[in-house]
Write a protein that binds this ligand. Structure first.
Ligand code: GCB
Length: 648
């Protein structure tokens, strides 16, 4: 649907339950559903041919990949870049090929009442998928899941195994998200013939590969395709509006049942949509805002259908947090109470794995967040793994959920083609993350050059579209203090602003920060009268570099810069500043450049997750902020703050 029409019709479609058809429920086991994880070693081959098309010309998907030439063992999930000793593979641009043979349970291949789905958590950037040499899916975008129903293929013959081939291209163009450009270096007196490099305008390494779990799962052929939950509160009663979409048959019954954490049924309903009312509801509160944060109910959905083969049932259980989100002219409210974001910006980034999903790393990161007293993070600069969002729901870590709209600086990246793709990405993101109580705001982009002429229409449309997709959450885009004529700001609900005072200019002069920052906040607020989040600020430090009086890149300078920001944040948070997110949680890899020392060093933790001095400073601050909030909300000292190193 054209973007303008979407903006106009979206709310109506939502109200009629017609928006966002086609689900992307997280695959889970249930009495009617099975899962088979395909993590582990895959066969891998990069296509180093000059035009990168040898794999297609030689149809590498037709026969086992090893028959096409030498293959490598490649772990999944992982980026391919940092696992080998091959310098050329690290910076490879073009098509790489992954392949895996899978043995399937007999029932999956023989029971025609079973639907078998292949799901790829993320393949960066463009992916084409074949099963037994047959094309089953194509997907653009490296940070969101996609699926293919492969039942017919695996149920058509005597085979109890299948061969999955995935070709992935990491090339970024002005119309991809994030955008990039391929630079052809044509001076053959200086570069080899056909030489090209990938150029980007963002500050992280363009890791590529199968970054998140790949799995097969089953459902019955009549199945629960999607569930949409929105929640509200009326005095002590929690309101859970639900819509359930079914595929495969028009003749079915639906029962929904909401259970509390003790397993007690607190509300029940029937049919595809309705409202459940929960008396004396436990609300979903952010970490450190309540003594029992992150309360999750379970919504059990049961489908029964009559099919030619007899009665079929499907079961799906969705965690549900009951909470409200609202924005006023100067506040961000969760459950009607002022919420102050004190947290971090992250990256999905680590040694060796690159952007590959890794449970130990994830759990370590959440333990560090809780140690720090952080109550929020922004998924800078792309959607994170679904498992990350699930942990945020469980721990009460509030999320600003960002699209991969980063590095939008070229005029071509504001074309209709780009806008159309950006709208589709927002649809995929909302479809995937709409039911997470932790997600309190969508961020459509980071630091686009919004002074370019077409940017006004682009952002107006994009933000309207996102609000139409999900009227229950505010929308922002993240701007930079340098971009004065900011065309996106009139349309957003919250102004998110990044600044790097005394880092990218006024080098070494920490004393100028308070005036710069206060002036900037006042200007934004005077112009727009919207709450403001300091969505990035920070300084680079090389762990172990010490210098006092502080010099840039020492741990003391990083700490000193933060302290100057905090002086102003402490004044303005009484008025309209509603949050502060440090740049960055941990050091992370970037492209090589004289401005970067083995990557970006603005982490308060090293890339190996060890604290720098700034981490201790922030820890003290965040726990104090948390204590203030708790005292503000209730006179009683909360249990969860008893562990605080700084409780009063
Ligand atoms: C920014 C960007 C972020 C960079 C950061 C920096 O404004 O949003 O992606 O990494 O600055 O360190 O320069």
């Amino acid at each position: 649907m054209p973007a303008g029409l979407w903006a106009a019709l979206g709310p109506l479609l939502w109200a009629c339950g017609l928006a966002l058809q086609g689900g992307m429920l997280y695959p889970q086991e249930s009495p009617s559903r099975e899962r088979k994880e395909l993590d582990g070693l895959w066969s891998f081959r990069a296509d180093f041919s000059e035009n990168r098309r040898q794999g297609f010309e030689g149809q590498w998907y037709r026969t086992p990949l090893r028959e096409s030439g030498p293959t490598l063992d490649m772990p999944v999930p992982s980026s391919f870049n940092d696992v080998s000793q091959d310098r050329q593979l690290r910076s490879f641009v073009g098509w790489v090929w992954y392949e895996r043979e899978v043995t399937l349970p007999q029932r999956w291949t023989q029971d025609l009442g079973t639907r078998v789905v292949l799901r790829i958590g993320s393949a960066h950037y463009y992916a084409i998928v074949w099963v037994n040499g047959v094309h089953v899916a194509e997907h653009e975008g490296g940070h969101l899941p996609f699926e293919a129903d492969i039942s017919k293929l695996v149920q058509s013959g005597p085979l109890s195994s299948c061969r999955i081939t995935i070709a992935i291209n990491n090339t970024l163009t002005p119309h991809t998200l994030p955008p990039g450009t391929i630079l052809h270096k044509t001076d053959i007196s200086k570069y080899p013939k056909g030489y090209f490099v990938q150029d980007t305008n963002f500050d992280f390494f363009n890791y590529a590969g199968l970054h998140r779990p790949v799995l097969l799962y089953t459902t019955p052929t009549t199945y629960i395709d999607d569930i949409t939950i929105t929640t509200g509160v009326d005095q002590d009663t929690g309101l859970v509006d639900y819509q359930v979409f079914v595929q495969g048959s028009e003749y079915f019954q639906l029962e929904v049942c909401l259970l509390d954490q003790e397993g007690k049924v607190v509300a029940q309903g029937t049919g595809g949509r309705g409202q459940l009312q929960v008396p004396n509801a436990h609300l979903w509160w952010p970490y450190l805002m309540h003594e029992h944060p992150a309360y999750l109910y379970s919504l059990e959905v049961r489908l029964t259908a009559q099919t030619a083969a007899g009665a079929v049932s499907d079961f799906y259980t969705l965690p549900v947090g009951i909470r409200t989100v609202a924005v006023t002219g100067h506040q961000f409210l969760i459950n009607g109470k002022p919420f102050y974001f004190h947290g971090v910006n992250k990256h999905e980034d680590a040694d060796i794995r690159g952007r590959g999903f890794d449970w130990p790393l994830l759990v370590k990161d959440f333990n560090l967040l809780r140690w720090l007293g952080a109550n929020a993070f922004r998924t800078s600069h792309y959607p994170y793994a679904e498992e990350v969002m699930q942990l945020c729901d469980r721990y009460g870590i509030v999320v600003i959920d960002e699209s991969p709209g980063v590095g939008i600086v070229l005029v071509q990246s504001y074309s209709n083609e780009s806008l159309q793709h950006h709208l589709e990405v927002m649809e995929e993101l909302v479809r995937r993350d709409k039911n997470h109580p932790a997600v309190v705001m969508w961020s459509v982009a980071n630091e686009p050059t919004s002074f370019l002429k077409p940017a006004g229409y682009y952002f107006k449309t994009l933000i309207a579209h996102t609000k139409a997709l999900d009227p229950s959450r505010p929308v922002t885009f993240v701007t930079n203090s340098n971009y004065e004529a900011d065309l996106g700001a009139p349309y957003v609900d919250v102004i998110c602003v990044n600044s790097y005072y005394s880092w990218y200019h006024d080098y070494g002069h920490l004393e100028v920060i308070p005036l710069h920052l206060a002036t900037e906040f006042e200007n934004w607020y005077r112009t727009y009268q919207k709450p403001i989040i300091q969505s990035e600020y920070g300084a680079g430090s090389v762990a172990g570099f010490h210098q006092d009086p502080p010099l840039m890149f020492s741990e003391e300078y990083q700490k000193g810069l933060l302290e100057q920001y905090h002086l102003v944040l402490d004044q303005k948070r009484k008025d309209y500043v509603v949050g502060e997110l440090i740049w960055n949680f941990a050091d992370f890899m970037t492209d090589q450049s004289p401005r970067r020392v083995m990557g970006n060093k603005k982490g308060i933790f090293t890339r190996q997750r060890q604290p720098k001095a700034a981490a201790f400073l922030l820890r003290e601050r965040y726990w104090k902020l948390a204590n203030e909030t708790m005292y503000h909300l209730s006179a009683a000292k909360s249990q969860c703050l008893e562990n605080s190193p700084f409780s009063f």
